[in-house]
Write a protein that binds this ligand. Structure first.
Ligand SMILES: Cc1ncc(COP(=O)(O)O)c(C=O)c1O
Length: 335
């Protein structure tokens, strides 16, 4: 399939999604099963022996993930942090150094800060990109030189705030084998229903991301002109420090917008409390708009670290509702 069709939207819908050989079902069924009957000792029917090692629904998703990111191998985990933990155990040895950007996800920072004491030197550096906010529709890090792509599939890949999952995608086959070894050894794999939900979400990833980006651009533009907003952080704005590089390597600028308000922390918290259509909650990337106060919520664990976020910051995950309704809600929440 993917040999013949390389356009993202087509790959997203078809890669890994072969019709069920037994029934002809057009999407992979949920193989809710832990073990597989063998035809004599070692006689595996479809290569499956135990669902921690491999499960057909997860395989469908893993094949899809590899195709989406233009990699050779995709691995699906129980969460984004489980994927990162597997990566950390595979790549790092005592004494290694990890360079981590100051806008990394708070949980990622917590995971690495816990592990840094026990890591050590390695000859070469590997580039790992967390592509959660962009999704492979907006940018494909392997093609840009990255060694590993990480996803919290909980976000845009799933897209409907109904599943927690993680993924690693790599091109290097030796590294893929090492990661698959640790994935199986640690056991934090995506379950069949979770894999199925993400596979289902991915089919609409392209159209969702287009709308997320359009709506976020309108929200960012309105906020830049609002008298109670002191700063808007959105890579689509020309004044954003990452704008030029984002414009070069991303299809559009995604659905995440943050802004700072006059009146400090209490004013930011009040905006969160007053919002009605934007639901106050952690996470991001679902079809419904969310907002949160990172300082007290998602990034609370980064307090006192170089990753600490400003207290007057509000973060929006702009959904795919009608943009006028979203603007109205933000205007009333800002007061
Ligand atoms: C950018 C990013 N990476 C990784 C994670 C961790 O993923 P999960 O919550 O699925 O474990 C998150 C969670 O919010 C995230 O936003």
């Amino acid at each position: 399939m993917t040999d013949r069709y390389n356009n993202f939207e087509t790959v997203a819908i078809h890669a890994g999604n072969t019709a069920d050989p037994l029934t002809g079902a057009v999407v992979p069924p949920i193989y809710q099963v832990s073990t597989y009957k063998q035809d004599g000792v070692g006689g595996l029917r479809g290569g499956y022996e135990y669902s921690r090692s491999a499960n057909p629904t997860r395989t469908a998703l893993e094949e899809n993930l590899a195709a989406l990111e233009g990699g050779r191998r995709g691995l699906a985990f129980a969460s984004g942090l489980a994927a990162e933990d597997c990566l950390l155990r595979t790549l790092l040895a005592p004494g290694d150094h990890v360079v981590i950007p100051d806008d990394a996800y708070g949980g990622t920072f917590r995971l690495f800060a816990a592990a840094v004491a026990s890591v050590a030197q390695e000859a070469g550096a590997r580039l790992v990109v967390d592509n959660t906010f962009a999704s492979p529709y907006l940018q494909q890090p392997l093609a840009l030189g990255a060694d590993v792509v990480v996803h919290s599939m909980t976000k845009y890949m799933g897209g409907h705030s109904d599943v927690v999952g993680g993924a690693l995608v790599v091109s290097d086959e030796t590294l893929a084998e090492e990661l698959a070894y640790h994935q199986n050894a640690m056991g934090a794999v995506a379950g069949p229903f979770d894999a199925w939900l993400v596979l289902r979400g991915i089919k609409t990833l392209a159209v969702r991301m287009d709308r997320h980006s359009e709506n976020a651009a309108r929200v960012a533009e309105m906020l830049t002109r609002h008298p109670k907003v002191t700063r808007v952080l959105y890579p689509g704005l020309p004044e954003h420090p990452g704008h030029e590089i984002a414009a070069k390597q991303m299809r559009s600028f995604g659905g995440m917008v943050s802004f700072q308000v006059t009146g400090g922390e209490e004013a930011a918290v009040a905006v969160c409390d007053r919002a009605k259509l934007f639901t106050l909650g952690e996470s991001l990337g679902g079809v419904e708009s969310l907002l949160e106060h990172p300082g007290r919520m998602t990034h609370a664990s980064a307090a006192g670290s170089p990753l600490e976020v400003p207290a007057d910051l509000v973060r929006l995950s702009v959904g795919i509702e009608n943009a006028d309704d979203l603007l109205d809600d933000l205007r009333q929440a800002l007061g």
